[in-house]
Design a protein around this ligand. Structure first.
Ligand code: GCU
Length: 697
């Protein structure tokens, strides 16, 4: 597969023009190994397009070559003089292990830009950093900077199935067409798109991909055994871009695939089966990443059937993977999805903490507990999951959802990086304490760094993500996983500058401004016209698109708002509710418990209040609902107009413009529907008229 073939798929944030600055220079690639080959191929291709050159690093002449950019392993014997200087300085400043497995140092002096890495993966990431910097990487002096990822694994989970599900389609919660891996029940014959995907992921820092749905059905279960060849081929396609492949496995595989009578994690024959099966996986794919498991959750089998704990289950798989350096991502998304809505003592938000907090310290070092960032399920607004602060002796992965299941399904513009950034910067122990990003990055004392994971949003759609602007979410996830403190607005700038600006013929500043106006606050715009004040859901059951205020109110799923004629919200206090607030450490256990201190945006998540309850901004709850819903829909109308004005100016390709326009038409229709249903609902329940006399149906 050649680079032009990869770009042909749909270049997204790696159009050829983004390589112009590199491609017009003399570039020395001085490194060995397969990933170094990828770096070389990229550079050779760029130089072929823009007139640059890639001199051969003949070792005894390396020092004398006149080049503009050096990409080299710091272990290479002979480096150009300026790279030697940078190496010496990096050593003095950062010590011998300056870069680690994936980091790099970057500097520019005497007109030469230097990227040095200890391992080839670092060179790959360094190359993409130079791509991001464009012209500004060259010429003016730049002191030695070190770049290292904050997290060990920056992982994308695919919820792809081999077969097409009659209701969910092929990709569960997928809004961008079919799977990029499978078609018609078989692995795709041409994996160019997979390789192109790996290239895009590497450019934003992702290094791991779980290829199949966490709900592992019969066909996908066999990826572990007789369909392992599919995984081999995917791993081969992604490896050149430094991405390891992981597999979702079914906990009951020893029964379904191994013919054993049990899947009890403490049964010797079961443990042996996993050990043997895992050995074979690693014999076939030596750099295989590991397993991902959804157990005892929404109908998936798990250790509870045998009276065993989730630590028993996770450790069994961790033991099987340990000899090969593999890991197990064990999901904490465990709750009773068959609860009785009449039962007010069961609170789904409590479930993960209740199941997992008591198990702290009992997981193996290579078992990673994967926790959704909120206690419920990827709603537009949730508090932090208290699980993240509750297991100091356990390695954690925090899971985000890039695929917009509850945030507009890639028909609505909803740039999610501000939400993730807020989560990563949140301090579970209050001011002065560690952030979520610190918890993930540091890991427990014994286990090493943790991971950031996201459920992906791509498919075989020509624009990868259905809504072309939803590409920004995938890009931003990778960048935040690499450097969690990066400002989401700056990430959006990067994405715009890579994706659109290099090929735009008009005024790039206008394009940049318009996209920021459309996207910077699109998350809170979405929040404004959907479920209010943190209460969540109110979506159509099953597919989760569009408004249905009572859709889940009398169902077994544990997602209720309890609206009546007097008020709305879920009482999760210790004083009178489910006691969920007690799962947080102070100060949050008290802040959330207190009606006066609880942040407005989470009020209805923690409290049931009368419609006349006054928020911190002086508005009542019901007036806030009306105001935000009118405003949210208005903002969408403005967004749509902004985009229309970009038509025909050479700033974005016509097909892309048309696709976004079509999505914005739908977003506006949907936002107005949300506005009218939610407002009508609360007006009819409460009888309170809108203070501004606007039309409520
Ligand atoms: C959500 C989603 C499911 C998914 C589940 C999970 O509930 O609707 O489709 O399987 O999350 O994260 O496992």
């Amino acid at each position: 597969m050649t680079i032009p073939e990869l770009i042909d798929v749909h270049a997204a944030w790696l159009p050829p023009e983004a390589f112009r600055a590199i491609g017009s220079r003399r570039v020395l690639v001085h490194a060995d190994g397969p990933l170094a080959e990828t770096v070389r191929d990229e550079v050779v291709h760029a130089c072929g397009l823009y007139g640059g050159s890639v001199p051969h690093p003949v070792s005894d002449q390396v020092g004398d070559q006149q080049v503009d950019l050096v990409l080299a392993l710091s272990s290479m014997a002979a480096l150009p003089a300026v790279a030697e200087e940078v190496r010496g300085e990096a050593l003095r400043e950062f010590g011998p292990d300056a870069c680690g497995a994936e980091g790099f140092v970057l500097a520019c002096r005497d007109g030469v830009t230097v990227v040095l890495a200890d391992e080839p993966a670092g060179l790959l990431y360094g190359l993409f950093q130079v791509v991001r910097l464009g012209e500004s990487a060259f010429g003016s002096a730049r002191p030695v900077e070190r770049h290292r990822p904050a997290t060990r694994r920056r992982m994308i989970d695919h919820w792809d199935n081999i077969d097409v599900h009659p209701v969910m389609g092929q990709v569960e919660r997928g809004y961008a067409g079919g799977s990029i891996f499978w078609q018609n029940g078989a692995l795709r014959g041409d994996l160019t798109r997979v390789r192109a995907y790996g290239r895009l992921l590497a450019a934003c820092g992702v290094n791991a991909v779980a290829v199949n749905n966490v709900n592992v059905h019969a066909a996908e279960a066999r990826l572990l055994t007789d369909r392992l060849g599919d995984v081999v081929a995917i791993a081969d396609a992604l490896r050149p871009y430094g991405i390891r492949v992981h597999l979702s496995v079914n906990f009951a595989s020893p029964i379904a695939l191994g013919g054993l009578p049990t899947a009890d994690p403490l049964d010797e024959s079961v443990r042996e089966w996993w050990a043997r099966t895992t050995e074979r996986v690693y014999a076939t794919i030596p750099d295989f990443g590991g397993y991902l498991v959804k157990a005892d959750s929404e109908g998936q089998p798990g250790p509870f059937a045998y009276g065993r704990s989730h630590a028993d289950g996770a450790n069994m798989l961790a033991d099987a993977a340990a000899p090969f350096g593999g890991v197990v991502h064990w999901r904490a998304f465990v709750y009773n999805h068959r609860q009785d809505w009449r039962d007010r003592s069961t609170d789904r938000a409590r479930a993960a903490f209740d199941h997992f907090a008591p198990l702290d310290g009992r997981f193996r070092d290579n078992a990673i507990l994967q926790v959704k960032h909120g206690p419920m399920d990827f709603q537009v607004r949730e508090p932090l999951s208290p699980v993240i602060a509750a297991l100091p002796a356990t390695r954690l992965a925090v899971e985000f959802q890039v695929t917009q299941e509850y945030t507009g399904q890639q028909r609505h513009v909803c740039y999610l990086a501000p939400m993730w950034s807020e989560t990563l910067g949140f301090r579970p122990w209050g001011d002065g304490g560690r952030t979520v990003a610190d918890v993930v990055a540091d890991g427990p004392a014994a286990g090493g760094a943790g991971d950031l994971v996201a459920v992906s949003n791509v498919g075989d759609d020509p624009f990868w993500t259905g809504h072309p602007l939803a590409q920004a979410n995938l890009y931003a996830f990778g960048r935040l996983a690499w450097a969690p403190r990066t400002d989401p607005v700056a990430i959006l700038d990067e994405w715009i500058d890579l994706t659109f600006v290099p090929s735009a013929t008009g005024d790039p500043e206008r394009l940049r401004r318009t996209l920021h106006e459309m996207m910077d606050e699109s998350w809170t715009t979405y929040e404004r016209y959907t479920a209010p004040l943190g209460v969540g859901f109110m979506v159509r059951p099953g597919h989760h698109y569009g408004p249905d205020v009572d859709g889940y109110e009398y169902t077994p799923w544990g997602t209720y708002h309890f609206a009546d004629r007097d008020g709305v919200g879920v009482d999760r206090t210790r004083a009178s509710g489910t006691g969920f607030t007690g799962q947080y450490p102070p100060p949050w256990s008290d802040v959330y418990e207190s009606l006066t201190e609880c942040p407005d945006e989470l009020l209805l998540f923690f409290h049931h209040v009368p419609y006349g309850h006054v928020l911190h901004d002086g508005s009542t709850v019901v007036q806030h609902i009306y105001d935000t819903h009118f405003e949210g829909a208005e903002r969408v109308a403005e967004t749509r107009l902004r985009w229309e004005k970009l038509a025909g100016d050479g700033l974005v390709a016509p097909e892309l413009h048309a696709r976004v326009k079509e999505r914005l038409d739908e977003q506006l229709r949907s936002a107005e529907e949300w506005r009218d249903q939610v407002n009508a609902y609360f007006f009819r329940k409460s009888g309170v008229p809108d203070a501004h006399g606007r039309r409520i149906h």
